[in-house]
Design a protein around this ligand. Structure first.
Ligand SMILES: [Zn+2]
Length: 291
């Protein structure tokens, strides 16, 4: 029922967006606020199924979508052959229809994977199994195009080193798939804020004022209008962070609010990515939107 309600909600939201974006801006922004306003979740947002163009909101649907995506980017170079099963590492099995959250917690606790060296050993064993399988079945994986990311909230976490086919795999801090950027600190908040700033539905006072959520559009510094131009280019409260931002991006593009918010097609995707990372750092360091 919850999944059905969510589907209906997003379908209705889509219909309303189409209808209201031109005819009724006030209702449009009210709807945007309903959808985005309290978005502080680090869960995976609704995904669009590329085959049907339908929006998937259920956790299982999203998992299936990601699974099929990750599966179809690894293709066998030997058509018509059924790959063998990976050998089972355990005789245990889980009946996911009946297991409870507490039981899963107990199982995870019993794994004793607290030590980085243990995690590293287990992952390298799995990679070795995968490598043996790929050699047997002529499926090419390219270690240089393989990346790994560690999700860990412990500050004292030890680094781990993973090898595939004898080569060290590159560790990354974020990775983009299906338009979702996964970050190793699990914070996509800068991405979300950047998007909100682009669409003028951010928590900046001018944006809130425009949709009648505050009575006063002025900035804490005293400037009468706290819009994105003021936030990124003018506000005296963030001079040091701005100087750093400008220093980091001036070689990429002329400094303007358009380039800061939307990038530019005069530079490469990689250069735009660097530009946006610096913009995200600025958003984070100013602490304007969160502590
Ligand atoms: Zn200001």
């Amino acid at each position: 029922m919850i999944i059905h309600a969510k589907e209906q909600f997003y379908l209705n939201a889509n219909g309303l967006l189409d209808e209201k974006s031109n005819k009724n801006p006030k209702a449009f922004w009210s709807l945007v606020k309903k959808v985005m306003g309290k978005c502080r979740s680090t869960s995976i947002p609704p995904l669009i199924n590329p085959n049907t163009n339908e929006i998937s909101v259920g956790e299982k649907e999203k998992a299936d979508l990601l699974n099929s995506y990750f599966c179809n980017i690894s293709t066998s170079s030997d058509d018509g052959v059924t790959p063998p099963d990976l050998p089972l590492r355990t005789q245990h099995s889980l009946d996911i229809d009946e297991i409870t959250e507490d039981e899963i917690k107990d199982i995870l606790k019993s794994l004793e994977i607290g030590k980085a060296s243990d995690i590293e050993r287990r992952l390298n064993e799995d990679l070795q199994t995968l490598n043996d399988w790929s050699k047997q079945w002529l499926v090419d994986f390219n270690p240089q195009k393989t990346e790994y990311m560690v999700f860990n909230f412990r500050k004292d976490a030890q680094p781990i080193y993973l090898k595939f086919n004898g080569e060290l795999i590159k560790k990354v801090d974020d990775h983009k798939h299906l338009g979702v950027t996964f970050s190793d600190n699990c914070k996509w908040i800068e991405n979300i804020l950047h998007t909100k700033l682009r669409h003028r539905c951010s928590p900046l006072k001018a944006d809130l004022y425009r949709v009648n959520l505050v009575n006063d559009p002025s900035c804490e510094c005293g400037c009468p209008l706290e819009d994105s131009i003021h936030f990124f280019l003018e506000c005296p409260l963030y001079i040091n962070f701005r100087n750093q931002l400008f220093k980091n991006i001036q070689h990429l593009a002329d400094i303007s609010i358009e380039h800061i918010l939307f990038g530019t097609d005069e530079i490469t995707v990689e250069q735009n990515t660097i530009l946006f990372r610096n913009v995200h750092s600025y958003i984070r360091h100013t602490k304007r939107f969160f502590d």
